[in-house]
Design a protein. Structure first.
Lengths: 836, 574
């Protein structure tokens, strides 16, 4: 250090470090005191803190092979999510080792500052930094130990229903929401956010129009409610006129309301609870109620894990292929916690937890039940293998979706042989006038043909034309018919007749209907089976007319095995195959499992599994970890629940994002599927898994919700959104506060809780056939939380910032001044003060 | 040492001249034009400066096409064509792209799996297949036809199942396929400002001018509807027929009409023109080529105390920084907001802050031996940052988009800018620390500045200039610079963290959420806290400081790269 000035010029901390060490040891307390005065200890503690927080936050990152420059050879595991820990980030940083570490650092900081750093002007900076850190730590203890964080969904409007009987109900004004009360059913078919008033003093104003479909005991109609304008409520009814199927009741029947005694109104929808955020701190709860009750009672769950699957037996779940899951059953007792619990004296017990699973019904071979099952796969060159499961006793699953493959069970030899029968459909016409009977065989396949000639019936003035026929026609889910349509002309009129075959027995049933053809005559396709439902004929075609007894018709459907038909039985191990393709027709050929049958053109079929006996079982199917969608979070979690004393069967209970009271109240994107437990006394308890809830300081309603966009409006991408703004009011005594805005970066405070804009209701397409689409904006989700001690934390941080500036930039100025002063008196380079 | 330096000078000078010459030559070398005759003859100059409405922004067509094509062709150009040309060509002549390698697949293992799949298919017998697959592995471009083969679809289906590892690559391929569809490309051409519309009214697509939309009330007000429909039809027909003259006529007709339909909503022509220029100039990421000679020259000046190199280096640095500032200002002007909302902007803006700090420090230390080292650190940081955005355009996309709603807050501006500025200073500190370590490795003395960085400068303990006998040792210079930068970043990182907490408290209701990015910013700070205290205890202060400064920069880079792109948390949109 030759060129440095003599080191004695700097009376550094090092020289002070030596001072306490030179004192005589003072026993354990003294030694401890010395230890906590040490800067080295501080360095070590800070290093441990670094390690602890790195592992807690990023987990471990390491290469799995030697190719360290290839990103895909690196793996990342989250230590805090391992089975012994099961901690969220928040929990990891609130765990005792962390608290201990912070405690040690603070002690070290206090002791070292007091003992080593004299409170002089030059050391103000260090003192401020250290004081700031301690202040921050104290504020954080308050903050993190009282932290409450959650969310509250608030629906903008609800439809209040008062039945003529005085019964009341409500449903959220969200498209697709539905409820049933008494003999009435209600569903929201549309929410129009931009309804423009067409008349009245507020003409031209926009408001929300909610259309409710009402299905009452006597009639069905639509009722339109306008937000803020109850006087404009009106009904819309079906007219029966195809030109204008729906009309305002005022025009059609002269009154605005079909049924004045049914009162529907739009109201705000108060939210009284906050649901705790499970990912901040695990906040699981069970919600229970007696079947038929409306309100849920919660039971918080203590000690339920979060990230891993815990099962007691591999037979209680469906495990994905290749997934190895240790048996690690849970034993968590969930006692009643609130008044009104439907089982006040019964503890519940959780024995299993699944992080990510779906409920699935599967077939298991074996057992005593006759339920024949075959698994086959079809192999074609250049195509992937396609596997099919066929169940002979299941109408849906006995054939593949295209009807090419079929499995049939034969109870005896005769039934087995009967499968091979190939017979064309037949229509039989009995002529009343002559007593004769016409038997008309029809080819099995025929496309619809219009404008065929009519065939006169000899000896009568009847003429007939067979329009179409079709076997095993699924006219609506679950309803299969075989039928023919015959057009009949008499001297004065023409009508169409639908002749149905009996669906099960192959005898002709006399289900015959006649339909007038007035509306059809111009349009030969009017009876096209592909465009209309024969049973609904009255609504869109000619009306049903009295049956003409002059002609009596029977329809006998054709029979033909499916192109590839497997016949099981009558012996349980017996399986045969019939081919009935355009190129190949065979009789019964015995086949065995593992056998590959050539179908021509290189296509072959192979039997993979066959069993005559088996049964169905419903279990959760655990989703393989690599197939889990991160965004799903805990929404596919479930627990296995039983009573503590084991007197009920255990059931799987699925997670619900919000424990709402009815499916009608459920928000569009979430599941509603409570489980049922049958108690020994016969009562049924409904139960769901969800998050703990706390009462809000005051119920909150959503007055309005605004979407503020960038140029060009909302395009479906969040990038076109500038902000979301909820206008909310809180209950205050018997009334409500003024609306206050809650927007992103613009929270509101009420009753000690802060409210944040957390989620919104985006426009969404129909969820299923018949479900209305949604324009969105029907509800908001507010983040709710407290923030005790934030002010203290901030104060600490600011003191530390000032301290840093002082220590780095002001202290040298002080030293320069001192040096100058000393140089003026001694004429040489001066001493320098402490450094921190 | 001086004698040694003098002896080295001539060859060094020659080397520098050679390097600069090579650089100039490389920059000017003419590239062969791969474009078809038609592509060369089509004039998209004016068309590229028309406005398109896309995701809540009005962009120039050039900028819009670049964004859209980056989903399809990634960072590649197809046959040397501009993205604007490729966009229109894909829309108007989709059939000619069926067997053209145009879809970009970023993930290299995925490319390999697709090649192995295709090798067992009949297509592998085609002439030139092997060369084509080699090109695919190299460039990532493959044709829709090959990608749609059943075997490849099966492979992608399998990959789609693995949400943890491969599903997102398939999603990217799906996006590429979807965007390349002509109906999508036509629908996205929202170039007609809605007449009488407001700020929130969506713009209209050119295809909506056609007769099938005539009854649509949104279209009804467009006075020139029929003419637009005709011109657009003419453009499509001429394009399909490869008739450049008629294409140019139709383009010119549309270009003159479109801005006049609703002038009140139509953006400023200058802005559109600059936006097109900005992207044609490749977002000016090539400025790294200017920072490189600055870095080389400043290094020479530091190592050999060569005044010419110092002056030249500072000059080149200033020029480079000028370009850098211009690029930033232009981006600000084009996007209408300070550029700090995506990774591209964060990286380039951080580097620019480093330049500003370096200039201020250079002014303060202009008479001290520390001079030029700050500029050197900044040149290294800026070069690294601009190289990153230049060579990794898919990870650090230069496309301009809107900010997420949560980012619209004054604290965001303060918080993120202070944090990224401190990150740049940490990087610069690591450069001087590495120089110090290099100096020690080559036998330098264990020197350090006793008063820290700012202290040394302020307390009159300043290092003398490198003249006369009181010359400061290189160890002192480098340790001093490291400390100046470390102290600055220490304060700024802490202050930035605090402001981030204020912002988070305001936006999310919690000042601190133990989000990985927060935790690793805190970890970076912890490393520097350790550094400050180790400096009190250690004898070899310079060595420990340098080592910990490098470790701190490593943690910072880990945060920026690994945490950002891999272990995503709440901050993943930034």
């Amino acid at each position: 250090m030759g060129r440095n000035r003599p080191s004695q010029a700097c009376r550094s901390v090092d020289s002070e470090t030596a001072a306490p060490a030179q004192r005589r040891p003072r026993g354990l307390l003294g030694r401890l005191f010395d230890l906590f005065s040490s800067i080295t200890l501080g360095i070590w503690l800070l290093s441990f803190l670094f390690l602890y927080s790195s592992i807690g936050s990023a987990g471990l990152i390491y290469p799995t092979s030697l190719g360290v420059f290839n990103k895909s050879n690196w793996t990342n595991v989250q230590v805090r999510q391992w089975r012994p820990f099961e901690m969220t980030e928040y929990e990891w940083f609130n765990w005792w080792p962390f608290v201990l570490l912070i405690g040690l650092i603070c002690t070290n900081l206090v002791v070292a500052t007091l003992r080593r750093i004299p409170l002089r002007k030059v050391n103000f900076g260090v003192w401020m930094i250290h004081t700031g850190i301690i202040t921050l730590a104290l504020g954080s203890v308050w903050y993190f130990n009282t932290k409450i964080e959650g969310d509250s969904p608030v629906v903008r409007r609800q439809v209040q229903i008062v039945l003529p009987t005085g019964e009341r109900d409500s449903l959220p004004a969200v498209p697709g929401a539905q409820t049933a009360v008494g003999d009435w059913r209600f569903d929201v078919s549309e929410v129009n956010l931009n309804w423009t008033l067409a008349s009245g003093p507020d003409k031209g104003q926009q408001t929300i129009a909610v259309t409710v479909r009402v299905m009452g005991p006597e009639q069905s109609f639509m009722r339109q409610l306008l937000d803020g304008y109850p006087q404009y409520t009106e009904d819309i009814i079906a007219t029966g006129n195809p030109q204008q199927p729906m009309a305002r009741a005022i025009k059609a029947i002269g009154t605005a309301l079909v049924d004045e005694s049914l009162a529907l109104s739009l109201e705000t929808s108060p939210q009284e609870h906050v649901y705790l955020a499970n990912w901040v701190e695990k906040s699981w709860a069970l919600y229970l109620r007696k079947q038929g009750d409306r309100e849920w009672v919660q039971r918080p769950i203590d000690g339920l894990p979060f990230y891993n699957d815990y099962i007691g037996s591999r037979e209680e779940v469906w495990l994905p292929d290749g997934m190895e899951l240790p048996l690690d059953p849970l034993d968590i007792s969930v006692p009643p916690a609130e008044a009104g619990d439907p089982l006040p004296n019964t503890d519940l017990n959780i024995s299993a937890y699944l992080r990510y699973a779906d409920i699935e019904r599967r077939y298991l071979s074996g057992g005593t039940m006759l339920d024949p099952f075959v698994q086959v796969h079809v192999a074609a060159p250049g195509q992937p293998h396609i596997s099919y499961d066929l169940h002979a006793f299941d109408r849906e699953k006995r054939q593949d979706p295209n009807g090419v493959l079929q499995l049939v069970w034969a109870n005896n030899e005769a039934e087995r042989e009967a499968v091979t029968v190939r017979r064309d459909p037949v229509i039989e016409i009995g002529v009343a006038q002559t007593g004769e009977s016409l038997v008309l065989p029809l080819p099995l396949e025929k496309a619809f043909e219009a404008n065929l000639e009519f065939t006169p019936v000899a000896g009568t003035d009847y003429a007939y034309r067979i329009d179409f026929w079709r076997d095993n026609w699924e006219i609506e889910p679950g309803q299969v018919v075989s039928m023919a349509q015959v057009s009949v002309q008499t001297g004065e009129r023409e009508f169409k007749r639908w002749v149905f075959a009996h669906p099960q027995e192959e005898q002709v049933d006399r289900v015959v209907e006649d339909h007038s053809t007035h509306d059809h005559q111009a349009d030969p396709h009017g009876a096209d089976p592909h465009s209309s439902d024969p049973h609904g004929g009255g609504a869109h075609g000619g009306g049903q007319v009295e049956l003409d007894r002059g002609l009596d018709m029977k329809y006998v459907p054709g029979r033909r095995p499916a192109p590839i038909t497997l016949v099981a039985g009558p012996r349980e191990e017996q399986l045969s195959l019939i081919l009935s393709t355009p190129t190949k027709e065979t009789g019964l050929v015995p086949v065995t499992v593992g056998e590959s049958i050539d179908l021509g053109d290189g296509v072959s079929i192979e039997i993979d599994r066959f069993s005559a006996r088996g049964g169905w079982d419903t279990r959760p199917r655990i989703v393989a970890p690599e197939r889990r969608d991160r965004e799903v979070k805990e929404r596919k979690s479930m627990v296995k629940l039983s009573t503590r004393d084991g007197d009920t069967a255990s059931t799987w209970v699925r997670f619900h994002h919000y424990p709402v009271r009815s499916p009608g109240e459920n928000l569009r994107r979430y599941l509603y599927h409570p489980s049922e437990m049958r108690m020994p006394d016969g009562t049924i308890i409904e139960v769901m898994l969800s998050r703990q809830r706390l009462p809000l300081p005051a119920p909150v309603v959503l007055d309005d919700f605004e979407l503020i966009t960038h140029v060009g409006g909302y395009t479906g991408s969040n990038l076109s959104v500038l902000n979301w703004r909820s206008l909310v009011s809180f209950a205050k005594g018997d009334s409500w506060t003024d609306s206050m805005p809650v927007a992103v970066n613009e929270p509101a405070e009420y009753g000690g809780y802060w409210y944040f804009q957390a989620q919104w209701d985006p426009p969404s397409p129909p969820r299923a056939a018949g479900d209305p689409a949604s324009q969105g904006l029907n509800y908001t989700v507010l983040g709710v939380g407290n923030r005790n001690g934030v002010g203290i934390q901030l104060l600490g941080c600011c003191i530390a910032v000032l301290g840093m500036l002082y220590a780095f930039y002001y202290k040298p100025t002080l030293i320069r001044r001192m040096r100058k002063a000393r140089a003026a008196t001694t004429g040489g380079p001066g001493l320098v003060g402490d450094r921190g | 040492m001086n004698a040694e330096t003098r002896r080295l000078r001539p060859p060094v000078k020659g080397l520098v001249a050679l390097a600069l010459g090579l650089l100039m030559f490389g920059g000017c070398a003419e590239k062969e034009d791969l474009r078809s005759e038609f592509a060369q003859a089509v004039d998209l100059e004016d068309w590229g400066r028309l406005a398109v409405h896309h995701e809540g922004r009005i962009k120039s067509f050039d900028s819009f096409a670049r964004t859209m094509m980056s989903y399809v062709t990634g960072p590649r150009l197809i046959a040397g064509q501009s993205p604007a040309f490729t966009y229109l060509d894909l829309a108007f002549r989709p059939a000619s792209y069926l067997d053209t390698d145009v879809l970009f697949i970023k993930n290299k293992p995925t490319r390999g799996r697709i090649v192995r799949t295709l090798q067992s298919e009949a297509v592998s017998a085609q002439p030139g297949f092997t060369a084509r697959m080699d090109a695919f592995v190299e460039t990532g471009l493959i044709s829709p036809q090959l990608l749609n083969m059943p075997a490849v679809n099966d492979l992608l289906e399998i990959m789609r199942q693995d949400l943890m590892r491969t599903a997102r690559f398939v999603t990217m391929i799906d996006n590429a396929k979807a965007v390349a569809r002509p109906d999508v490309l036509h629908r996205m051409l929202r170039m007609v400002a809605p007449p009488g519309g407001t700020f929130e009214t969506p713009w209209l697509a050119l295809q909506e001018m056609g007769p099938s939309f005539a009854g649509d009330p949104r279209v009804a007000g467009v006075g020139a509807r029929e003419q637009l429909a005709e011109d657009y039809g003419r453009l499509q027909a001429a394009w399909a027929a490869q008739d450049a003259e008629r294409v140019n006529g139709a383009l010119a007709a549309l270009s003159s009409v479109l801005p006049t339909i609703e002038p009140a909503l139509y953006p400023d022509a200058d802005r559109l023109s600059w936006e097109s220029w900005y992207f044609k100039a490749k977002s000016m990421t090539w400025v790294w080529l200017l920072y490189m000679p600055a870095l080389v020259l400043l290094l020479l000046s530091l190592v050999y105390r060569w005044p010419t190199a110092r002056r030249l280096g500072m000059g080149v640095f200033l020029v480079a920084f000028g370009f850098h500032t211009f690029a930033l200002g232009l981006r600000w002007y084009v996007s209408g907001r300070w550029p700090n909302s995506n990774m591209f902007e964060a990286v380039t803006t951080a580097a620019w802050f480093g330049g500003i700090v370096a200039l201020v420090c250079e002014f303060v230390v202009r008479r001290s031996a520390m001079r030029n080292v700050f500029a050197l650190g900044s040149a290294a940081a800026s070069m690294a940052a601009l190289m990153a955005v230049h060579f990794l355009p898919t990870d650090l996309s230069p496309n301009i988009g809107n900010m997420m709603p949560v980012l619209h807050n004054v604290w965001l501006y303060i918080h993120t800018n202070i944090i990224i500025a401190s990150y740049c200073l940490i990087f610069m500190a690591a450069i001087s620390a590495l120089l110090y370590l290099g100096y020690r490795v080559f036998g330098g003395r264990a020197d350090f500045v006793r008063m820290g960085g700012a202290g040394t400068l302020i307390a009159g303990d300043g290092l003398p200039a490198d003249t006369g006998d009181k010359a400061a040792s290189p160890g002192q210079v480098m340790d001093g610079v490291t400390m100046v930068l470390m102290e600055l970043s220490f304060v700024m990182l802490w202050a930035g963290l605090v402001m981030g907490a204020i912002w988070a408290d305001h936006s999310w209701g919690r000042p601190w959420g133990w989000d990985p990015k927060e935790v690793f910013a805190l970890n970076t700070f912890l490393v520097f806290a350790v550094l400050v205290h180790v400096r009190l205890k250690s004898r070899d202060k310079g060595l420990w400081t340098a080592v910990l400064a490098v470790v701190g920069a490593g943690v910072m880079l880990f945060n920026w790269i690994v945490i950002n792109f891999w272990i995503t948390g709440l901050h993943s949109y930034a």
